[in-house]
Design a binder for this molecule. Structure first.
Ligand code: C2E
Ligand code: CA
Ligand code: CA
Length: 611
């Protein structure tokens, strides 16, 4: 750093006599400093008001204020208190010198003044003052630099803080992205599992408080998505998520775990009641219509609930069981909640096992058909058989259709199964028609199977391959297969009729019992449900209903079969009511093929029930 030039300083000269002042000036001029004159003590006091002096040279003897008095006043003032004062006096007496020092002067010069002595004394104070000023300047500069540096540091610090904050925001965003669902901003499966597993291990250690898991989805969401578009579907999911969020507390974790599948970890609860109450709140919240793109959309939700207990070791197990409960809620008709319990688990597991077994059953040749005779009521003559499927399960023995037809429908195996039944029944029919060309075979079609677009082609192919006379084939369908889709059903039925097959309406009277559509459909036979027959001879018998059905059928040229005839009086009654045909344990139970064939060859007339 370069040494700065020394600043000029001021020297105050105080004397009442001008010639003395001139003499002082002449002696000090060579110092190159600023010389200020004062002609009296008062002048001196005035001069120090607006200037700092390196030194004051002051005459002692002056009119008005003398040197001592002036000095006393100078010492009282803050600004001039420390300014060194050198007295000048003609008296060379000792007492003056002493008094000068005693009153605070730094030096004393006797008159006449020796210029060299004067210069050398004054220059000491000039240098002192100059150093003082330089020091002060250096101080000031240091201060400015410190301030500048401090400001720089503060700026740098602020930058750093901003950077740290930005990084935190980015990290938070990355964390959010990795742990949240992009559409609904709810937690995703990963975050849910983390919270869930933490809750499991905490609860296993401390027992209380416990927690519950809810699995939920929007009923028929696919329908909304397919018919109103993905945008509406997405908005519905977002709105649904928002409503769920409003039904839970801060400590809970609502999450989206799949397309329209959501899960909630309800933390810090001990009672199942708390979980079901939350489920009810959600059901209520969802019940209000969603308004999306100006359209009102009504939605319902199904909810499965699993409550933590000490058998659970991992979060997934709870999620799985909540899912099982959800599945049950859906099966029970949707728009409801279902709590998981162990029985449910057992039932579902059994069902799942059965489903797996069913997948193998066809290849393993485990299905068989039994045949139940259908007879004419007038003379008990055998007119045909109804083919009824059985499953010869390796562990469980003979399993009835009620236990697995719905399962085959649900798991998409009904077409294969249905084709097997048709093929088997037609083969049998072809064989038996060689013996009795007018014998008929009734084959049941499940509602789902009836809805398959491939059905008519499948039947046509089977009829061709097995070479049966299609007029001997009767296809049995229930009203529930027809009613929800009358125009479509009409077309399918017409095609089946064109193939030559006849159509029987099965279980008639218990479903829609809507007679008005009958004349529009190519139906050949009505099978009156066995619950009506069972009531014959009982207190709740309603013969007029059966009578009305029979007479209506007859006006439309439709024949009537009574199902489930078990007794002679029942047979007598249905004959009396005009039913052409009857079927039931009174004549025969469903028989294995060989037994049915014996039955067939044994004569067309049946006189008594065969076991
Ligand atoms: P369904 O078509 O009403 O068949 C008649 C059912 O009543 C048979 O039960 C039969 O064993 C029973 N039954 C016959 N006579 C009497 C009687 O006098 N008293 C009583 N209490 N019951 C009698 P099954 O064989 O258990 O069949 C049950 C249902 O399963 C059938 O009802 C039918 O809807 C369905 N099903 C049977 N086989 C097939 C098939 O191959 N395909 C389809 N899709 N469904 C089938
Ligand atoms: Ca049937
Ligand atoms: Ca029936």
């Amino acid at each position: 750093m370069q040494e700065p030039a020394l600043p000029a300083v001021s020297i105050l000269l105080v004397d009442d006599r001008a010639e003395n002042l001139l003499a002082l000036e002449a002696s000090l001029e060579s110092l190159g400093q600023r010389l200020v004159r004062a002609a009296s003590g008062s002048d001196a006091l005035r001069a120090v008001l607006d200037e700092d002096f390196a030194v004051i040279l002051m005459d002692i003897r002056m009119p008005d204020l003398d040197g001592f008095e002036t000095m006393a006043l100078l010492k009282q003032r803050e600004r001039s208190r420390d300014t060194p004062i050198i007295f000048l006096s003609a008296y060379s007496e000792q007492h003056h010198i002493l008094r000068s020092y005693a009153s605070g002067a730094v030096d004393y010069l006797p008159k006449p003044i020796d210029p060299d002595a004067l210069r050398s004394k004054v220059s000491v104070f000039v240098t002192l003052r100059q150093n003082q000023l330089a020091l002060r300047a250096a101080h000031a500069e240091l201060e400015t630099r410190v301030q500048a540096r401090t400001a720089e540091l503060a700026a740098a610090n602020a930058r750093l803080v901003a950077e740290v904050r930005e990084r935190e925001t980015i990290e938070q965003r990355l964390f959010d992205q990795a742990n949240h669902d992009g559409l609904t901003r709810l937690a995703n499966r990963a975050l849910l599992m983390e919270h869930l597993n933490r809750a499991v291990s905490r609860t296993r250690r401390w027992a209380k408080p416990s927690f519950a898991v809810l699995m939920l989805d929007l009923d028929r969401f696919k329908l909304v998505n397919d018919s109103l578009g993905h945008q509406v579907g997405d908005q519905l999911l977002r709105d649904f998520a928002a409503r769920i969020e409003r039904c839970v507390r801060e400590i809970d974790t609502p999450a989206r775990v799949g397309g329209d599948e959501f899960a909630i970890l309800l933390d810090g609860i001990d009672e199942l009641r708390d979980a079901t109450r939350t489920a009810e709140r959600i059901e209520e919240a969802v019940a209000k219509p969603f308004v999306i793109e100006g359209k009102e959309i009504f939605a319902t939700t199904s909810i499965g609930i699993a409550m933590m207990d000490d058998r659970y070791k991992r979060g997934e197990e709870l999620l799985r069981d909540a899912d099982v409960a959800l599945y049950r809620a859906k099966e029970a008709g949707r728009a409801r909640h279902q709590v998981f319990d162990r029985d449910l688990h057992t039932a579902v597991m059994a069902e799942l096992r059965l489903e797996a077994d069913l997948a193998r059953a066809a290849d393993a040749d485990e299905f068989v058909l039994h045949y139940q005779p259908i007879v004419a009521t007038t003379d008990a003559r055998l007119v045909g058989f109804e083919a009824l499927i059985r499953w010869n399960h390796p562990d469980r023995g003979l399993v009835g259709p009620e236990e697995f037809i719905a399962l085959a429908e649900a798991s998409g195996k009904i077409r294969t199964l249905g084709r097997w039944v048709l093929d088997e029944a037609c083969r049998q029919l072809a064989a038996w028609n060689a013996y009795d060309p007018r014998l008929t075979m009734s084959v049941n079609l499940s509602p789902h199977q009836f809805g398959l677009p491939e059905l008519p082609d499948d039947i046509e192919q089977i009829v061709r391959e097995t070479r049966v006379d299609p007029t001997n084939l009767a296809l049995e369908i229930t009203e529930s297969a027809i009613m929800p889709r009358v125009p479509f059903a009409g077309q399918t039925l017409a095609r089946l009729r064109d193939l030559g097959a006849s159509i029987s309406l099965d279980d008639f009277g218990i479903g829609y019992s809507c007679l008005s559509y009958l004349h529009e459909l190519p139906v050949t036979t009505l099978k009156i449900d066995r619950s009506f027959i069972a009531r014959i001879g009982q207190p709740g018998e309603r013969p007029e209903i059966v009578g009305a059905i029979v007479s209506l059928a007859h006006t439309l040229g439709i024949a009537v079969t009574a199902e489930g005839v078990e007794t002679a009086p029942q047979l007598a009654r249905v004959r009396e009511l005009g039913c052409e045909y009857a079927q039931g344990f009174y004549f025969a139970r469903p028989l294995e093929a060989a037994a049915a064939e014996t039955f067939l060859r044994g004569g067309h007339r049946i006189d008594a029930g065969v076991g």
